[in-house]
Write a protein that binds this ligand. Structure first.
Ligand code: NAP
Length: 523
């Protein structure tokens, strides 16, 4: 429902009424528009306790006494819950939550003065912790027919497509509504509630205060996800991966949008690891162009799935040769709805040539040693071969290195394979580590044997970005090598995504600062 800004509601789950009352002040100070007093968490929900809670609150209060049946703590009867709700209404709660299943018994509450004269509105709610209910439509229709002024549905999300189903729910009725897909996979439903005109969304005061799975903190919602900047026209971007919770991409891209004053928001989208789950999510987005999804970053384990879905004919030649993409654009063109690129290889190459003060073409004939034969190595080897470098892949599993070499070897860009045991002597102009050896928390590990000498002038590029200065890079620095941190590659790939999606000049300095701050390396 358009017209009224979506309320930012902080749920309070204290067992003591005085502590819950004190937390209301903290919630308001943190930017909450309202609080949800979870009366089912109180050890004592007597009238005296509710009076402590509801006398001159600093913001409107939603009083909820959730049944155990719907994920709450109240083990009593429907009549007891409704009595608590009626007391809360009489003492000044702005809204009371009544579960759809309890509504038939709520005649007295609905007829009581505060509800009748509109001082207290009833939110009719329905929760399902198993998944999206098959009868979601019927539940919404029943809410629509009911005396409740506001409808609320919440259900466990299997994937982010359930958040998109929640957006459908927000569009179906005439009443103000909340539709929340619970769990990490449904996080977008909470962040984008404001774009789709929901009555409210819930955000925890701190990580320990979440009252439902996947609830963000109010700090993250307002800071990281730019809650106040979100509106009906806001374009949507996100990162698809599994896991995705620790991705730095939302921080980088949201900071970039903020700095450039772009009306856009970037959200994490946890998609289960299989290709079918990836396709389900893409289908859900394509079916709903009104959700304004413009671009996606794609991370492990979906880069190959993304390539398969977008199709070789809709990506650039080198990305097609790599067989994996990390960036998707929704074009809005029904004949060609998805385009893809791989910004990883370009990011790596540019980090390298920037450090070498040369062009990509100058790599022709350079002897390059690549450690590892996984996804990152694949993108980098393909690009090195394309630009005519002479590459040797060193890998623990030699057969994997041999397969990769055979795939990209050409007279123009020869690629050979070897085992890690051949690293006793290094005779290369450039060394690129594409293994996770040395990555946090194993920061003392080094992919190059300690006995192998590094020579001054050799270029050493570690694709690891956490830590910024790995053991390998520290050794290289001491030996007088030119060093390149994976941070440069990481920043470059994000900058390239931003530029491709928005066709704007990316605020690269802002993006760099965010990455370095997140990695604790300062600016
Ligand atoms: P991946 O597909 O899992 O490949 C990992 C590679 O490392 C494989 O070749 C594997 O050898 C080798 N390896 C893993 N553990 C090893 C060990 N203990 N000893 C010897 N070899 C080992 O991973 P990926 O996607 O290519 O990522 C690799 C690294 O690249 C990441 O850890 C990350 O630090 C870096 N990266 C950085 C960026 C960036 O933007 N800076 C982007 C992507 C990746 P086997 O074949 O024998 O298993």
């Amino acid at each position: 429902m358009a017209g009224r800004p979506t309320l930012l509601i902080v749920p309070l789950t204290h067992s003591d009424a005085a502590a819950m009352r004190a937390a209301m002040d903290a919630a308001v100070a943190a930017g909450a528009d309202a609080v949800e007093a979870r009366l089912d968490f109180l050890d004592d929900a007597s009238e005296a306790a509710l009076r402590t809670l509801l006398t001159r609150p600093p913001c409107p209060v939603l009083a909820t006494c959730r049944s155990a049946r719907e994920g709450g703590r109240h083990a009593g009867t429907t009549a007891q819950r409704l009595a608590i709700a009626a007391t809360a209404a009489r003492l000044g709660a702005r809204w009371v939550d009544v579960e759809l299943a309890d509504l038939g018994a709520a005649g007295e509450l609905l007829a009581a003065g505060p509800v009748r004269d509109g001082r207290t509105d009833v939110i009719v709610s329905s929760h399902d912790f198993r998944g999206r209910p098959a009868d979601l439509g019927e539940r919404l229709a029943a809410m629509e027919r009911s005396e409740g002024r506001i409808a609320k549905v919440a259900f466990a999300a299997a994937g982010p497509e359930d958040a998109w189903a929640a957006f459908d729910a927000l569009r179906t009725g005439r009443k103000p509504a909340m539709a929340l897909a619970m769990g990490e996979a449904g996080l977008a439903s909470r962040i984008l509630a404001r774009k789709f005109g929901a009555f409210g969304t819930f955000a925890a005061l701190d990580a320990a205060g979440a009252s439902a799975p996947g609830q963000p903190t109010i700090g993250d919602l307002r800071g990281l996800y730019r809650w106040e900047a979100i509106g009906p026209e806001t374009k949507v971007f996100g990162v698809v991966g599994c896991p995705v919770g620790h991705s730095m991409s939302p921080a980088i891209h949201n900071a970039a949008f903020a700095a450039a004053d772009v009306d856009a928001v970037y959200v994490p989208l946890r998609v289960e690891p299989d290709a079918a789950a990836f396709d389900r999510f893409i289908d859900a987005v394509l079916r709903r162009p009104w959700t304004d999804v413009v671009g996606l970053s794609v991370t492990i384990p979906h880069k190959h799935h993304a390539f398969q879905r977008v199709g070789a004919e809709n990506v650039d030649d080198l990305s097609a040769a790599i067989g994996a993409i990390n960036t998707i654009r929704f074009t809005g063109d029904p004949d060609r709805p998805l385009l893809g690129i791989n910004t990883d290889y370009a990011a790596a190459l540019d980090a390298l040539v920037d450090a070498m003060a040369c062009t990509r073409e100058d790599l022709r004939g350079s002897a390059v040693a690549v450690l590892g034969a996984g996804g990152a190595a694949r993108a980098i080897v393909a690009a090195l071969a394309y630009y005519g470098a002479e590459t040797t892949i060193y890998n623990r599993t030699v057969a994997r290195a041999e397969d990769l070499a055979a795939e990209f070897d050409s007279p123009d860009g020869p690629v050979r394979a070897a085992g890690l045991d051949r690293l006793g002597r290094l005779d290369a102009d450039v060394l690129i580590n594409c293994t996770p050896i040395g990555m946090h928390p194993h920061t003392d590990a080094c992919p190059l044997p300690e006995s192998t000498a590094l020579h001054p002038g050799t270029v050493v590029f570690d694709t690891i970005y956490n830590p910024v200065a790995t053991r390998l890079l520290r050794r290289a620095e001491e030996a007088g090598c030119v060093t390149v941190s994976g941070v440069e590659m990481f920043i470059n790939q994000a900058v390239a995504q931003y530029a491709w999606w928005t066709e704007l000049n990316p605020p690269a300095d802002v993006m760099r600062r965010v990455v370095l701050e997140r990695l604790g390396a300062g600016s």
